[in-house]
Each structure stands twice: as structure tokens, then as C-alpha cells.
Ligand binder design. Sequence first.
Ligand SMILES: [Zn+2]
Ligand SMILES: [Zn+2]
Length: 445
Amino acid sequence: MNLCVRSVAVSAALFAASLLPAHAEFDVVTLKKAIETSLANEYPKLDALYKELHAHPELAFQEMKTAARLAAEMRALGFEVTEGVGKTGLVAIYKNGDGPTIMVRTELDGLPMEEKTGLDYASRDKTNWSGREVFVAHSCGHDIHMTSWVGTAKTLLGLKDRWSGTLMFIAQPAEEIVAGARAMLADGLFTRFPKPDIALALHDGAFAHGTVFYRTGAGSSAADGLEITFHGRGGHGAAPHTTIDPVGIAARFIVEVQSVISREKDPSEFGVVSFGAIHGGTAPNIIPDSVQLSGTIRSYKPEVRAKLHAGIERTAKAAAAMSGAPAPDIKILEGTKSVMNDPDVVTAVAGVLKAALGDKFRISPPGTASEDFSEFGGAGVPSMMFNIGVYDQERIDAARNGTGPPIPSNHSPLFAPVPKPTIETGVTAMTLAVLGVFEQKARRK
Ligand SMILES: [Zn+2]
Ligand SMILES: [Zn+2]
């Protein structure tokens, strides 16, 4: 372990005292300069890679060419690459002496939608998706992640006298359908390959490039689907006493279930149950036989999630029982867990990124979207995901004060990161994050 090559007073002063012990000599300023030099040489190749990936996206579990392209990049760097892990995923391992195994994850997939950015490298590709021909676009920026991932690998190899251990770079399929992480785990990601000590990932977002957002604890929500069918006994609307009215049961349930949120869940914890669809009946004067509801359950903490699931089930059964109706059919469709940023990993990463980026490294509120990077944390690997911005600050300011158009978010057909500063930030932040966690592990040996 050789991170303390030189001790520069200024770098020590830059560390937040609470983040690193006083003896820390990890020289962020020198490392950042080395990364900048490496990027100045490598960026033209990364730019070409990004534009190629952007122009030819592939959908979940169809990422054959994308995976092959990344496999070739990693093999050329000297990584040992295994393809076809979790269908189209790949695992690239690089050993550099004794030390921990640090995993860095990128996603591979694009979205079934038409890109409308008008960029000269915009995607016009189409593919078959669920029996239909659809356009494909990298409108979530997974191409930014892949390029930053390759750039980080290159940069870390250029700095390999500054760290010791194993790099485990994985490219995960099918994030957009939250299935790829589980597919890789089921295919032996942590048994056929070393189980990493720490896992890191980044995601881009619609804010200024050069800025990195992070948080400790929940970084995205757990999302579960909910389908309930209330059964009754149909009949004439004028003679309700001859029926069991499932419309009334469903209405009572929808109101009552909110008391699971307000009366059973800790009010300081996030939790939501919403119904987006109700189907029942055909005419004003006919009480139907059944009513179907579907909804979504969102939470951050596993204990809150379990409480919501149990409360929904109990309330639905009770609502039916109150009317003497048969038990309802209740299906909770388990989605993905929330990303939990491990406090220890955040401390290591934040110490370095704060020193490197100053006030461009900021705490964000938790997101309510979902992300299957959570599966790796769920499998017992302390992990952290942080976010990088993609737009010019002037564009953000103009949108904010009404002098420019609104900022297109991820999944918008107009989502268009500015490649150079975005990828440079991705590579710089991820390289420093990896070095930061290697350093933390080495210091604790
Ligand atoms: Zn997405
Ligand atoms: Zn995404």
C-alpha cells in the first residue's frame, strides 16, 4: 500500500477534520493532478467510445455488442474478463498485490424510446422489444457511466503504484427493468468471483457538470408493486342487501390503509402507499362481483417496508371481513430494495472528494426513484452510489430564472449530457473514490 507517497501540507488542511484522522497524509491534490494529466491524454479515445455507445444503445439483456465493446477495452488494459455473467453482464478483474477487492459497477442498457436531441451522434437505432419495433436511446446516461468506468480503469492502472489490492469492474445488464443485478448475483457474481469488500457506482443527473452529490444512508427508494382483488357478490344497485358490495370494500380499504402510514409507521420515516388504478363494475345500477386495485409501495428502510407490507395485508383482509366478503387476493410484487450508502464507505469517499472538489461536492436529499445497485448492498457488500451532473451551469440558471427552456431529466427524449466535463468528472470522482476506500482499508490494517 503506497498512497502516502508525499505529504503536502495543503492537502491535509483541506480534509474536513471530522472525516479523516489527523495523521492522514493521503495527497489528494497530487492525485487529482495525476488524474487530470491522464485524462488529457485519454479523453479523445473516451469521447469516441462515448459517442459510439450513445449512437448504438441496446435494451435490457440484449446488450451483446455493448458488452463485447467494453470487454475488449478491459482486456486491452490487462483485466481478466469473463463475459455472459447474468446473461449479458461482464466481470473484469485486475490484481495488483495484496489488499481489498473494490467493485465498480456500470450499467449497460438503454431505454425503449426515441431520442430527440438532434445531436450528430444521436441514436436512430431500433430493436424488437416485447414483440414491437421500438427506438432505443441512452436517455438515462448509462453510456456516460460506461465511459467513466473505462476511464476510471485506465486511470487507476496508470496510478497503480498508489494502491494495492484487486479491482473488480462489473458491467451490469438490465438496470432499467431492475433485473440485471439479481441476474448477475444468481449467476455467481460473489461466488465465482471474489466477493468485494466495497462496491461503488455513480449515476448522472440533470444538474451542473463538475458537481457531485452524495448522501449517507438511503439514496433511492425501495419500490414494490401491489395488486388486490376484492371479491363480493354482484346484484341490483337498488337492492344492496342482497349483495356483498366490493366497491364499498375497496373504498373503505383505500381510505383505511393510509392509517398504516399515519398511525403505525414512525412519522419520521419515509413510506408511501399509492393506488394508480381501480377497476370494477360496468354500469351505474349494477353492483359488481369484484374490484381490482393496483398501486405502489415506496420506502427506504427494510423495517418500514415490512411494516407497510404487513399493514396493507391486514387492512385489506379486515375491510373484506367487515362486509362478510370472502378474503381478498393480495399480491405484493417485490421490486428492488433502496440503495443504502454505508456510512464508513461514505466517510472514506467524502474525505477525498471534499478535498478534491470543495463545495462542488454536496449532500443531496434522498431520491424517490429506484435502482438495483441496492442488490449488491443487500448481498452484504458495504456500498455507495453518488451522482454527477451533466449540464452547463448557464443552462441550469436560465431554466431556473425562466430565460431558457426547462432542463430535460433522465428518461427525457431530450436528455443530452455535455460529454467532456461530465465524463471527466465521472472519471476523476470515481478514481478518487476508489483510491479513498483503498486508503481507508490500508490505514486500518
Ligand atoms: Zn433510468
Ligand atoms: Zn439509470
